[in-house]
Write a protein that binds this ligand. Structure first.
Ligand code: GDP
Length: 445
């Protein structure tokens, strides 16, 4: 399985770290040296490794250890976060054009990377989303490619547009667009010809298609088994024709995994999907966070870290509850509750969940404005002195004017915030029982 060896090595490094109660700076440096070796052996790009280790080290040294974790676990947490970031943090979807507009996807890649197979796999995914998909067979150099696409298209239940191998790829692509437009297709995926190596003819052909057809997404297919070659191929394709995303195939194989960890950092382009086998259903959306936990192979520790994070929020929430109950709610708390609310999907969703408060019975609080203006509200609170935050009754007109200036807002906005704050405070008072829900309570992150 991919990443096995990397995973094993990293787990050994972490086992050593976790066995220590305390960590010195030297411990961290020594551990990261091993992480560096493990990544290099997994064929991760050299520059990427260097930067990665530097980033982790900077964060790990001098950072406070979170409640509920030991220093070793704290380092694992940082490595995990940086690894997710390395792979792009967010999951990226293929961008489709809005409404009925035809989305044109051009597939590119070297021969054998899995382009034709992936084309049919993607068609299946889009069809499942309710799109009418047309495939265009523009690989005219490998006769078997057209037939392969036809067979796969049939399996997926999508139409394949072909003009045999006696026409030029660009002419076939143009005719396919016409056919797709006339017949109300939503998506056209153009399967192009690969070559054994990056070569000028292939690039010229792809550029020609792009110049003649309104391609909206260029997706490059690379073989994870080829490691750094895959990364170099991606870089070259991006420089020559411009790509929007990458599909990394054969991650089911015994690859060392370097490509998955380097492509995003080297090219700046996201991995969209991972090919996990030869069957047409073997295509998985690429989730950087899931991939990182798979590489680190530390489900248990990562869960623990998550829990510690929640507990941290719970601790804050408890303090908040306490203050509210004593009616000591102040602007510092307001700020804190705002950040907790943001995590929970906003004020309205929280109020909606409160028993007896959904369905029109909400107290009169201007929640829409509160959510929209959170950033401005924060700016206003940040412009208050600590004393003012803790004792809002100090806020006389001259102080309000100063705060408005500091936050770059109108004084009316400061007044509005103070009014909202008073309303929120009143609301808290009216609902004494509502904060005492323990684990399922309101302010758990
Ligand atoms: P093309 O030349 O780039 O069009 O490549 P093909 O689509 O013909 O694929 C080349 C070979 O790789 C075929 O045998 C495919 O079945 C195989 N293949 C493609 N994707 C994957 C994958 O994700 N995993 C595995 N194990 N094999 C794959």
């Amino acid at each position: 399985m991919a990443f096995d060896s990397l995973s094993e090595k990293l787990q050994n490094v972490f086992k050593n770290l976790r066995s220590k109660g305390r960590l010195t700076e030297d411990d961290v440096k020594a551990a990261l040296k091993e992480v560096k070796m493990a990544l290099l052996e997994a064929d991760v790009n050299f520059k990427v490794v260097k930067q990665f280790v530097k980033d982790v080290q900077e964060r790990a040294i001098g950072q406070d250890v979170m409640n509920g974790l030991n220093p070793g676990q704290m380092v694992i947490k940082i490595v995990n976060e940086e690894m997710v970031r390395l792979m792009g943090s967010e999951t990226t979807e293929i961008a489709l054009r809005p409404g009925k507009e035809l989305t044109i996807i051009m597939m590119a890649g070297l021969q054998g990377a899995g382009k034709t197979t992936t084309t049919a796999k993607i068609a299946g995914k889009l069809k499942a989303k309710g799109k009418k998909v047309l495939l265009a067979a523009c690989d005219v150099y490998r006769p078997a490619a057209i037939e392969q696409l036809q067979i796969n298209g049939e399996k997926q239940g999508v139409e394949v547009f072909s003009m045999g191998d006696k026409n030029t790829p660009v002419n076939i692509a143009k005719a396919a667009v016409e056919h797709a437009t006339k017949n109300d297709f939503n998506v056209l995926i153009i399967d192009t010809a690969g070559r054994l190596h990056v070569d000028e003819d292939m690039m010229a052909e792809l550029i020609q298609i792009k110049e003649n057809v309104a391609v909206s997404q260029t997706i490059l297919v690379v073989d994870a088994m080829t490691g750094q070659d895959a990364v170099n191929v991606a870089k070259t394709f991006d420089e020559k024709i411009g790509i929007d995303g990458v599909v990394l195939t054969k991650l089911d194989g015994d690859t060392r995994g370097g490509a998955a960890l380097s492509i995003r950092a080297v090219t700046g382009k996201p991995i969209l999907y991972a090919g996990m086998g030869e069957k047409l259903s073997d295509l998985e959306q690429f989730y950087p966070d899931r991939m990182a936990s798979r590489i680190l192979g530390m489900g248990d520790v990562l869960t623990l870290i998550e829990k510690a994070q929640n507990e941290l929020d719970e601790e804050k929430a408890k303090k908040l509850e306490e203050k509210m109950r004593k009616n000591e709610f102040d602007f510092e708390m307001y700020l804190e509750s705002m950040s907790q609310m943001k995590k929970m999907g906003g004020l309205s969703s929280i109020l909606g969940m409160m028993p007896g408060l959904g369905g029109g019975k909400m107290p009169e609080i201007d929640e829409g404005a509160a959510e929209k203006n959170m950033a401005r509200t924060e700016a206003i609170i940040f412009s208050m002195t600590v004393e003012e935050r803790q004792n809002p009754s100090l806020l006389n007109p001259s102080r309000k004017r100063r705060i408005a200036q500091g936050a770059g807002v109108d004084i009316a906005e400061v007044n509005r915030l103070v009014k909202q704050f008073d309303q929120a405070k009143k609301m808290m008072k009216q609902m004494p029982g509502m904060m005492k829900k323990g684990k399922k309570g309101m302010f758990k992150g």
